[in-house]
Design a protein around this ligand. Structure first.
Ligand code: FRU
Length: 481
């Protein structure tokens, strides 16, 4: 009933494509948060997402669903899950998808609210299953209940299952809170998807920070293991972890027999103003691809007249080079690059615009190769009224994103600084823009900064400025679908 109603609502209210980003996943109408169930099944890539169709703010969670062959052209599919059972009536929260025995299995958190002993509202979170054929899904009920948790672990915060299979055994990790209210990732194992035994605390926030650790992912990566999670309320350290709600990762060694993960230091997955709840999938061609929610829980500035709210990042290919995580836009993006314009050894002093270098749906690379300057600024989405600025301070080795003039009506947090390093005297910045967003990849993917903007599309200028003299190579493509 809820599902049919939601599907009818969406078909009658879908926002026209012309008003939306071109190749980023957005909801057809309404609110979107976390990516869910990112997976390959039946020859397509599937992405589900936290979805509230009826309003542009968070509400009872459904699972929206899109599919694609190339992770850039996405097709809306029927909504996969609606909150309509006794065990998930207040929301179908985040989770995972995998293929087993030819079916597409979804694991998610069923949320139920009730009144506690002293009259306060309490929430119970349990893990649930649904199976489907890539288009429609049938719920199979609860598979892992809060009652199965060791004493002292929270039942209100126990969510976002990620499941994988290894040598005939299934493993499930989920975010939770421990006795001291700290965040932790719990590991379970099972021979069947419906029967789970608790194994261990795979990682926790003690000494690192952040309350609840949400949306975990865990996988072998470049000879090590990588754990991704999204801590709430993480305290900033120097130039790291400034979003509060922050997606981080750890590289480490995993002892499979003891179910122990020896993790290294936490690191940021992204340095922009909008990035959270990232998850990955392993594609059949060998790539490990990550996608995140390009928004921040604490920084919502959607224009009031907009009927949709929220978008995903570009899917990114992950690779480990030595100890450095490399993230690059999926290579499929190159197929859609047209109208190349490039400048070699262009000298920038004061302010300069270059013929053919403009646009809001573009792939632009700026490589600063030398010169004599302290500050170099690239303004994108620029006109007389608006601009989104990226300023490199060569002395401090800091790169600042500034979207104070990117269409916001309120003066909320709009700046973010990241530490960057030149490589043999060069700094390379690749900007992928899609109408309402800028994703900047530094030095071939060593760092990424994702930020949403909401300026009118006529603000499509690009201006370079410098307090001395800089030499740059610039290449711009339009992205055309
Ligand atoms: C993360 C999160 C998840 C939860 C979902 C609810 O952004 O809080 O932990 O499953 O959003 O929409």
């Amino acid at each position: 009933m809820n599902l049919a109603k939601a599907n009818v609502y969406v078909s009658e209210n879908t926002v026209s494509d012309g008003e939306k980003p071109v190749f980023h996943v957005t909801p057809p109408v309404g609110w979107m948060n976390d990516p869910n169930g990112f997976s390959e099944y039946g020859g397509k890539i599937h992405l589900f997402y936290q979805f509230h169709p009826y309003g542009t703010q968070w509400g009872p969670m459904h699972w929206g669903h899109v599919t694609s062959k190339d992770m850039l052209n996405w097709k809306n599919e029927p909504i996969a899950l609606a909150p309509d059972q006794e065990y998930d009536r207040d929301g179908c929260f985040s989770g995972t998808a995998l293929e087993t025995g030819g079916t597409h299995v979804l694991a998610y958190t069923g949320v139920v609210r009730g009144t506690g002993r002293n009259g306060t509202q309490v929430e119970f979170q349990n893990q649930c299953l649904a199976v489907g054929d890539g288009t429609t899904y049938e719920k199979k009920g609860l598979i892992l209940r809060g009652e199965q948790l060791p004493d002292g672990f929270s039942r209100n915060d126990f969510r976002d299952p990620k499941i994988w299979e290894e040598d005939g055994v299934y493993y499930l990790i989920a975010g939770s809170r421990g006795e001291k209210g700290h965040g932790q990732i719990l590991l379970f194992s099972g021979r069947e998807l419906t029967k789970w035994s608790y194994e261990s605390v795979l990682a926790d926030s003690i000494g690192i920070g952040g309350g609840m650790w949400e949306c975990p992912d865990f996988f072998p990566f470049g000879g090590k293991h990588m754990l991704i999670c999204s801590p709430q309320e993480m305290r900033a350290q120097k130039y790291e972890f400034h979003n509060g709600y922050q997606s981080i990762y750890f590289l480490g060694e995993y002892d499979r027999e003891r179910h122990e993960f020896k993790k290294g230091e936490p690191r940021s997955l992204d340095y922009g103003l909008d990035f959270y709840a990232a998850q990955t999938t392993a594609l059949s061609d060998g790539r490990r691809v990550l996608i995140g929610w390009m928004k921040s829980w604490q920084n919502d500035f959607t224009p009031p007249d907009r009927k949709w709210n929220g978008m995903m990042t570009l899917p990114r290919e992950l690779e480990l080079k030595g100890d450095t995580l490399i993230q690059k836009p999926v290579r499929e993006l190159e197929r859609y690059r047209k109208n190349k314009v490039s400048y070699e050894r262009e000298e920038i002093s004061e302010r300069k615009s270059l013929s053919g270098i403009r646009g809001r749906v573009i792939d632009l690379t700026v490589e600063i190769t030398g010169g004599d300057f302290r500050e170099f600024t690239i303004d994108v989405a620029n006109n007389d009224a608006y601009t989104t600025s990226y300023t490199y301070d060569r002395v401090k080795r800091l790169l600042e994103t500034d979207r104070t003039y990117s269409g916001l009506n309120c003066d909320v947090v709009c700046q973010r600084k990241m530490r960057v390093e030149e490589k043999e005297g060069r700094l390379k910045l690749r900007f992928v823009m899609d109408r309402d967003s800028v994703e900047m990849f530094v030095n071939n993917g060593e760092q990424v900064s994702s930020t949403v903007i909401c300026t009118p599309q006529e603000a499509d200028g690009i201006v370079f400025s410098c307090d001395g003299r800089a030499e740059v190579n610039i290449t711009k493509y339009d992205i055309v679908f």
